[in-house]
Design a protein around this ligand. Structure first.
Ligand code: NAD
Ligand code: UFG
Length: 336
């Protein structure tokens, strides 16, 4: 299939490109490079051994997006383009609503115009807000306890897609709710390259291990979890990327929703320990107060994707930490 990948230069998108080409698909990337580097595409091209068509473009640029749709005849779209920093979304809500929602609306309009019916959307476990139960399943309530505009954009886009699929029975939409993607391609040539000081745990721990940051701040050790620190479902980004390839094979009219996670919860202290083993570096940490908006624990059941897609994660936490360390130690300044 020929796939339009919006946001394909980003962390998850670059790994999806590798998996798409490995499975025999081709892709065209549209990315405005607002949170990524063209270097990521060049490195993916080295991994897959061919040129990947790239357009530096905001998905909201309807006229240019139309031109690309007219020229390319896509079979499907994977829509990753979006802003994703939770804290920044609280400070700049309009930027987040405008970017994430408008880009989806323009994309859906272009798909309708050019009769492209298949869409995979990058949703997030954040739509579950405060988990109703654990492990989370796709039928759990969403929207209760979402604490930031980023999370609301994912919730709202899901609703938009549900409504559009209802109105047009030809539409085949798959919403993939990612849990916590970590790790990197095993080559160590592509990986997560956050701007400035990382917000997320794994890149922060990796930068402490490589000596760029002094210590990890652990946000609270008084949660109702086995060691008191926050528990999340950390999924290797290559497993997540593979989930998209598998989802492409199982598209059908209407809406399908899948959680993509491992099914296991891992604590902050367990992550620090696993990364210490993988890197052989001492990782100092300090327990500080809880971070506003954090939940104690969040992990997927992963049963639906396993049953209906035949997909499950294949890589361990240890592999994810090793791959992340390979990327971080070979590229201490990311793509720069
Ligand atoms: P990323 O920032 O690395 O990638 C997003 C890409 O989209 C970037 O390359 C950015 O330049 C591009 N982009 C943003 N707005 C755009 C626009 N209007 N037009 C064109 N390009 C635009 O983030 P990521 O971690 O790879 O995440 C990809 C998707 O997955 C996002 O939608 C994100 O919300 C979602 N997601 C990520 C996580 C996570 O923890 N990383 C978890 C759940 C869901
Ligand atoms: N944490 C720390 N110190 C840090 C960073 C994080 O202790 O410096 C803790 C958090 O309190 C939490 C865990 O590590 O318990 C994971 O935090 P992250 O910020 O890495 O991830 P979140 O689960 O908070 O959120 C991430 C993405 C969201 C996405 C969500 C679910 O940032 O965009 O996963 O997919 F919605």
């Amino acid at each position: 299939m020929k796939i339009l990948v919006t946001g394909g230069a980003g962390y998850i998108g670059s790994h999806i490109l590798v998996e798409l080409y490995t499975a025999g698909h081709t892709a065209v990337v549209v990315d405005n490079l607002s949170n990524s580097s063209i270097e990521a595409i060049k490195r993916v091209e080295k991994i897959v051994g061919c040129k990947i068509p790239f357009h530096k473009l905001d998905v909201r640029n309807r006229a240019k997006l139309y031109q690309i749709f007219a020229a390319e005849k896509f079979d499907a779209v994977i829509h990753l383009a979006g802003l994703k920093a939770v804290g920044e979304s609280v400070a700049k809500p309009l930027d987040y609503y405008a970017n994430n929602i408008d880009s989806t609306l323009v994309l859906l309009d272009a798909m309708k115009h050019y009769k492209v019916y298949k869409l995979i959307f990058s949703s997030s476990a954040t739509v579950y807000g405060t988990p109703e139960k654990l492990p989370l399943t796709e039928d759990c309530q969403t929207g209760v306890g979402i604490t930031n505009p980023y999370g609301w954009t994912k919730f709202m886009i899901e609703q938009i897609l549900i409504d559009v699929a209802k109105a047009n029975p030809k539409m085949q939409f798959t919403l993939l709710r990612y849990f916590n993607p970590i790790g990197a391609h095993p080559s160590g040539t592509i990986g997560e390259d956050p701007n400035g000081i990382p917000n997320n745990l794994l890149p922060y721990v990796a930068q402490v291990a490589v000596g760029k940051l002094d210590h990890v701040n652990v946000f609270g050790d008084d949660y109702d979890t086995p060691d008191g620190t926050g528990v999340r479902d950390y999924i290797h980004v290559m497993d997540l990327a593979n989930g998209h390839v598998v989802a492409l094979q199982h598209m059908k009219p209407g809406i399908q929703i899948f959680d993509l996670g491992t099914g296991h919860g891992v604590s902050v202290l367990e992550i620090i320990d696993a990364f210490t083993q993988a890197s052989g570096k001492k990782i100092t940490y300090k327990i500080i107060e809880r971070r506003d908006g954090d939940v104690a624990a969040c992990y997927a059941s992963a049963a639906k994707a396993n049953k209906q897609l035949g997909w499950k994660t294949a890589r361990t936490l240890e592999q994810a930490c090793q791959d992340s360390w390979r990327w971080q130690s070979k590229n201490p300044n990311g793509y720069n």
